[in-house]
Ligand binder design. Sequence first.
Ligand code: ADP
Length: 383
Amino acid sequence: MYTLVNRGEDSSVYKYITQLLVKGSAWSGKWKLGPKDYARFNLMFGERQTRVLDYTRIGHISSLRQAVNYYRGSERLLCKKVPLVKFVRSLTGHSDVKFSWLPVSYIVLPKRLKSKSETKSGYYTDEREEFLAFANKLEEKIWIAKSSSGSKGKNIYISHDVQTILEFIDEQSQGFVVQKYIENPLLLDGNRKFDIRSWVLLDHQYTIHVFSEGVLRTSSEPYDASDLQNITSHLTNHCIQEQFSADFGRYEDGNELFFDEFARYLKEKHQVSFASDILPQINTIVKKCLLGLKEELTTEGLGYDSFQLFGFDFMVDAKFHVWLLEVNGAPACANALLPALAEDLVRKAIDPIFPDHKSEEPRRSYQTQSITTESRKGVFMII
Ligand code: ADP
C-alpha cells in the first residue's frame, strides 16, 4: 500500500482526489492517508502556497519513491504576473515589449518598493519611464494594472490616465504589471465579455496534457468601454460577477459556459471553428510556456517526482486572436468538471508513478458525495 499525505487541504481539487484515492472504490486498497507531517510518504499534496512547501525534505529516503503535486519554481517563474512578463519576454529573445500572445506589459514597482528591491536583489527593474513613453505614442489608450500575486479580480485598476495608474500603484506594497487593455474583446450574446480557463497537467515525465473541456467565465453585464468604473462589465472573475452583478446567472448557470457550447456559438454566430481556430492557439501558448521552462522546472536527476495541474487563463479578441492573461499554479476546478478531471489526473499523473502492485480490474468510475452539479466528461490530451 502507498501512503498519501495532504498538506494542501484548502485545494478543492486535491481534497477530492484524496477522497478518490483513499475512499474511492476504484482505487481501494492502494492508498492510505498518513498524518500531515509523516516523513515516509509516497505522495504528498503540498501546501497551496508553494513557497511554504519544503522541497528539501523530499526524495532523501533511499528506496522510497516520493512525489509531490508541484514543480519547484513554477510559482516563482510562471504563476505570478510579474515573472510571467519577464519569462515571456525571455522567450521572444529580445527586450521588445510587443508579444504576439501576451498583451503589451510593463513592470511597475511602487516607489517605496523600488528603492528597496533595487538595493536588495535588483531582481525586478521598474519600467515606468518606458511605459509612459510607449503609452503616450499609442492611439488605443486603456491600460489595466494588476498586482503580481493578485487573484480573483482584486487590486486591479483600469484607466486611460497613465498618471492615475502610477499614483494607484505607488499606494501599493507589491510589484504590478501594467498591461494593454484588450479593448475589442470577442463578445457573447448580450454583448458580454468572457475569459477562458483551460486546465493543463504536466506529468512527471514533463509531458503536457490539456483537458479537453474548459470553461468560459462570463460577465452578465454588457461590455462598455466608455465606463471603466463598472467592474462587472470589465472583470469576468466569478467572484466579482457573483458578488456585484444583479444579473448573475441570467445567461448561463453560474456564469459558466463550456467549450462545446462555446464551439456551437462560434460556429453559428461567426462561422469560426473552436477546434481549428481557437484551440490550436491555446495549445501553442501552453506549450511555449511549459517547454520554455523545462530546464528550470524538470525534476530529472532529483530524488523525487513532480506533477502539476495548472489553470491557464485566456481572452479572445474580436479578431479571434487568443491572449494569455495568467497562469494559476493551484487552480480550482468547475464543479461540473471536477469528477472527470480528478479521475483522469489520477490515471495520467499518479498511477504511472505508483503502479498497481497486483493486476486489477479496469478502474470503474467513482463519484464522491460532495458533487451535486451534473457532471461533464473530459480527458487530458497530450499536446
Ligand atoms: P486575477 O488574477 O485577479 O483574476 P486576471 O489577470 O485574470 O487577474 O484579470 C482579471 C480579469 O480582468 C480577467 O478575468 C479579465 O476579465 C480582465 N482582464 C485582465 N487582463 C485584461 C486585459 N489585458 N484586457 C482586458 N481585460 C483584462
